[in-house]
Design a protein around this ligand. Sequence first.
Ligand code: FAD
Ligand code: 2HG
Ligand code: ZN
Length: 462
Amino acid sequence: VTGVLAELAAAVGPANLVTDPDLMRGYLVDWRGAHVGRAAAVVRPGGTEEVAAVLRACRAAGVGVVPQGGNTGLCGGAVPSADGGEVVLSTTRMRRIRELDRENRTITVEAGAVLAAVREAAGAAGLMFPLSLGSEGSCTIGGNLATNAGGAAVLRYGTMRELTLGLEVVLPDGRVWSGLRGLRKDNTGYDLKQLFVGAEGTLGVITAAVLRLFPAARSRVTAWVALPDPAAAVELLGLLPEDRLSCFELMSAESLDLVLAHVPGARSPVPGRWPWHALVELTDSRPEAALAEVLATVLERSPVADAVVAPGRVLWALREGVAEAQNKEGPSLKHDVTVPIGRIPEFVSRTDTALRAAVPGIRIVSYGHVGDGNLHYNLTKPRGTADDEFAARAEALATVVYDIVAALDGSISAEHGVGVAKRDVVAGYKPAVELAMMREIKALFDPGGLMNPGKVVFPAGG
Ligand code: FAD
Ligand code: 2HG
Ligand code: ZN
């Protein structure tokens, strides 16, 4: 490894090669503190050619490379392994917005651009980039692409996959693929960009992308709705106008309890304690859309217990605060799952019943993007239980959750990906032929197994 460091310093400039343990620390642990690794160095290339030089040098030396953007991922995919021999490739210096094309409704950005900055640039041009995540102030477009990020606006605009028209990628052998086409139609063979979206850095390093833009919202209304159960949420969802609904988020009472306990100044928007809460947002590109009236009419006809309409981001802070609030309550067992929307009520009731029987007092912090079928079915230990006693049950509890997801034709990773956290368990829920195709694609692009080693792809016979 030491041999390659001089080459890396030459590739990116000595100031952008970090080997000091104190300066490396932040790159070696994930946002939750759940995954900790070691590395030979952190390298911070400033452009595509520098990324290519880094990958060539690492390949020649047989050194593994771990791409990292904002390091907000929740599956340990951006954290190096514990062996200390890998290099973290941080994209944070590559954050230029290369072009905004109004006629084509596209923006071309470098992979290290922070999501919030891309949304702002689109907004400044009177347009909108719709990807909406609580981590938008830190996560990068490269990370969003590599994880095929979802978030709150998927029901209307799709995941990162649907928002991407072209990519620039450095392959593991250092070749640069310039696929930055801003075309909505391009049937000239395999859709190669989609292989890299959701690959979590295992097939190459994404260095830039052409993304779709949309008309900005010129009217908006947001409501907090108290509900008796998830079935009422699904019923309300079906009554809302699909062409104007931009978000439909659901939270259990236990999720709101944590936000009220840990987010300074947080207050419940409705009086009393209700089992479930939905956050609903309607938007329209016309300023005169009268959305408040539309929403009020639907709410009058639907099975809601109480509802409050509020402007701005006040209500969003309650929803986006759950992940951090749950962290403050100790270790959480996360299950980012999805089932067909109509099966959410059955999923919740079957899983809640099974888990409450298995662990009396368990806190079920379930919340998420129910408008697209995605729940973060997260668990917090019962009060008074030791962290390690609860953690020891993680695998058994996950099996309960995932078996019910599988029985309902769902997926055990909806939007956060696989990383290391779910690599082995995902393999248990996929047909052998699907696992084999994944291994074959990985071997084709990365025969040496040096791109994000050990992540996503379950090894043959492993
Ligand atoms: P990182 O964490 O740095 O990396 C993630 C993966 O992508 C790793 O495998 C890494 O190797 C790979 N990678 C990063 N950059 C590149 C690149 N340029 N080329 C190739 N591979 C690369 N996710 C959602 O989907 N929806 C949400 O609503 C959501 N909300 C969140 C809220 C909070 C508070 C937090 C902490 C996280 C949330 N996330 C959410 C998870 C996370 O923000 C997303 O997965 C995000 O897309 C990761 O971006 P990043 O730049 O931080 O990537
Ligand atoms: C969210 O929707 C994020 O808030 C984070 O995807 C979910 O931490 C989680 O489990
Ligand atoms: Zn989410």
